[in-house]
Each structure stands twice: as structure tokens, then as C-alpha cells.
Design a protein around this ligand. Structure first.
Ligand SMILES: *Cc1c(COP(=O)(O)O)cnc(C)c1O
Length: 369
């Protein structure tokens, strides 16, 4: 009996991308095996953390890194690290930050909700939030003005397609903060394939989720300068106790990083492009369906497929199609945030050829024309 039969669970085809409510990603056989092996063993966790830090240093050409439970935890603990440093007394006082530099600047355009408002993840450390600019516009000068506070501990920028307004010049923002001695943290949760690019902004820490495209167990990778990495590790004896990494996540992330090291990126990229083109072309033949390829707006090497449904010609609307697909024998999930405008979006990185056929047939069968 498999897990689905044993517990009466729905089989899922996830064409929605790295979506937390569906379990985010699928790990490779190698990563699965490493995790399974780790669960039967004891380790000196500090040794594992040191090995991981060295692996991160080698892979990304930085001082080092650590992991937390997930990126939401990394945001809280990276901010805590900027506020308390690795002083054990200050770490023990958090989230009480009185008498500490405790203000964190965030562009208001980046006050996203990734399943939790990012401002809450920041405040959980005890820091006070200062928003720069307004909800739909933040320019460098507005950030500069907030940096005049004597109490500013760090500047946090996010890079994802949840943000509003024009893209910020990260390099210039980092330079401004550094001129005032303020460290910068970048939340690049889904940007694990762009870590080097984000580090090139000179940011002190880059945060990425190991369970997204890296397809490791759930963990938050914290990558960058050694003093802040050390201060993040220090939080595990304080507010970070509830956000600590597990042995299986440490081993799983190491295995996934080793696979990433071996990845022939241009070959992988080519295969992904062929996969989406083939899918888009097949769907284009359906009555009332049009498709176009959508490169990732944040610059991640992910090409999605926008599917536009003409309800009159297809027979049901995009919203109805998305709902019907979820009721399929294997529950099929696509992005439906734009379904009111007749658009559904598909991401195929974690979808295998067999599942692609199931999706295509299901869409064809649901056409009422
Ligand atoms: C996914 C995501 C997060 C949260 O990451 P978790 O690892 O699930 O905690 C934070 N910020 C952004 C921009 C994200 O995309």
C-alpha cells in the first residue's frame, strides 16, 4: 500500500510551480536516499553546519552559509542577527530590542505576502520596521532618507514577482546602505539559480529556500558574510530554537547542492525550453485555446506557459477549467490567479512526461465544444 492508499490522500499533478500548499518540490532519488540514511543516524550538528558552510562557500564563492527551518525563519533570524550580532547576552534578550539598533528598512513596494506578511517575519525578531516609499513606488532617494536613522540595523530587499513598482537598482541601494555601515539582506527565496547574481550586488546575506527549485527538503539557506552567518547560527540558542534546521534537512540540502554543482545548466535550460514549447504547441491545436511562453519576470531561468481560454469557443471558462482539473482523478493544479481574465499559467519543471500527457488529455476532454 502506498501513502496515498494508506491515508486516503489525493494524488496530485503539480503544474503550479514551487507551491507550498502542495509540498513545493520533488527531490531526486539521490536526495531522498541521503535523507532516509540520515534519519537512522546521530550526528554532531555543529559539524554538519560547518560542512554545509564550507560547501556553500565553495559553490558560491562567499565566506559561507547556514540553514534555518525555511526562508520565513531566515528572514526573522537574519534580521535578529543584524540587530544582536553574535553577542549571547543580546541574543538571549530578543525579541526585546531596547538599547539595540533595531530599525529595519524595507522598500514599501517589497512588503509582500509570501503566505505570511514579510513585515511580520521581520517584526518577529523584535526589530521595528521602517517602510521606504509607498506601496506602489519606491525610489533610491526614499531609501536614502530612511537610512539617516541612527538606529538602523539593516536594509532588507526582496526579489520575487510579488513585488510592486519599478525594479530597484539593488547594487546602488546596497552601496548607499554600506556607506552608512548598514548591512543588507536580500530575500531571494525562489531565486536559488541566481544566487551569484544576487551576491554580486554586494549584499551581506542572500536568503533562498532549499525546497524550491533546489528540490531539497524544506530549509532556508542563508548565504554570505561570516560575521552575520555566525550571528544567525547564534540565534538557534535564542528565538531561533523553534526555527532550527534538522539533521535530515542538513544532509538533504548538502546532497541537493552537490547535484546542483554537477548540473549542466545550459543543457538543462535547453531541455526545459523544449518541454514548454512542445506543450504550448500541442495546446494551441485545441479549439478556443491560445498559448504564449512567459519568461520569469524576476529573471529566474524559468519559462512558464500562459494559457488563454476563449470561453465561447472552448465551452467553459478558465476559472471553471481550473476547478474541473482539480477534480481530475489525479488532482491537477495550475496557476489560476489570472483566471478572471481567461488566463491560466503552467510551470512544467517538476512535471514528468506521463503527467504532461494526463494534463493535455484532461484539458481536451473538458472542452464542451
Ligand atoms: C517562498 C517565499 C518565501 C518563504 O519561503 P519559505 O521557505 O517557504 O519560508 C519568502 N519570500 C519569498 C519572496 C518567497 O517566494
Amino acid at each position: 500500500m502506498n501513502l496515498f492508499e494508506k491515508y486516503g490522500l489525493s494524488k496530485v499533478i503539480n503544474a503550479r510551480g514551487t507551491f507550498t500548499p502542495l509540498g513545493v518540490s520533488r527531490s531526486s532519488a539521490k536526495v531522498q536516499q541521503a535523507v532516509a540514511e540520515s534519519l537512522g543516524e546521530f550526528f554532531i550538528i555543529d559539524e554538519l553546519l560547518d560542512v554545509l558552510s564550507q560547501k556553500v562557500a565553495d559553490l558560491f564563492d562567499v565566506d559561507g552559509g547556514t540553514i534555518t527551518h525555511c526562508t520565513a525563519a531566515s528572514i526573522t533570524l537574519a534580521v535578529a542577527a543584524a540587530v544582536s550580532g553574535d553577542d549571547p547576552q543580546k541574543i538571549a534578550l530578543l525579541p526585546d530590542t531596547s538599547n539595540m539598533k533595531n530599525e529595519v528598512v524595507l522598500p514599501a513596494t517589497h512588503a509582500v505576502n509570501f503566505g505570511q506578511p514579510i513585515v511580520q517575519a521581520i517584526r518577529l525578531s523584535g526589530a521595528t520596521l521602517v517602510l521606504a516609499g509607498s506601496e506602489d513606488k519606491c525610489i533610491l532617494e526614499e531609501i536614502e532618507r530612511t537610512l539617516n536613522h541612527k538606529k538602523t540595523a539593516c536594509l532588507l530587499l526582496v526579489s520575487s514577482f510579488l513585488t510592486k513598482g519599478d525594479p530597484l537598482d539593488f547594487k546602488a541601494a546596497v552601496k548607499m546602505a554600506h556607506a552608512k555601515g548598514i548591512p543588507v539582506i536580500i530575500d531571494g527565496a525562489a531565486q536559488d539559480m541566481r544566487v551569484r547574481e544576487l551576491l554580486a550586488t554586494e549584499a551581506d546575506l542572500v536568503l533562498v529556500s532549499a525546497q524550491k527549485y533546489l528540490s531539497a527538503p524544506t530549509a532556508g539557506l542563508v548565504i554570505g558574510k561570516s560575521d552575520l552567518v555566525k550571528a544567525v547560527r547564534g540565534q538557534f540558542s535564542g528565538i531561533g530554537r523553534a526555527m532550527k534546521p534538522t539533521k535530515e534537512s542538513l544532509i538533504g540540502v548538502l546532497a541537493a547542492l552537490e547535484e546542483r554543482e554537477q548540473l549542466d545548466f545550459s543543457k538543462w535550460n535547453q531541455e526545459q525550453l523544449e518541454k514548454v514549447s512542445l506543450f504550448a504547441n500541442k495546446l494551441k491545436g485545441y479549439q478556443g485555446v491560445d498559448t504564449s511562453l512567459a519568461p520569469d519576470p524576476a529573471g529566474a531561468p524559468v519559462t512558464r506557459i500562459d494559457i488563454n481560454i476563449n470561453a465561447d469557443k472552448f465551452g467553459i471558462s478558465a476559472t471553471e477549467l481550473a476547478e474541473e482539473l482539480k477534480k481530475h482523478q489525479s488532482s491537477i493544479w495550475l496557476s489560476d490567479q489570472n483566471s478572471q481574465n481567461g488566463q491560466l499559467t503552467v510551470e512544467l519543471i517538476a512535471v514528468n512526461d506521463k503527467e504532461i500527457e494526463v494534463i493535455l488529455q484532461a484539458i481536451q476532454r473538458l472542452s464542451k465544444k
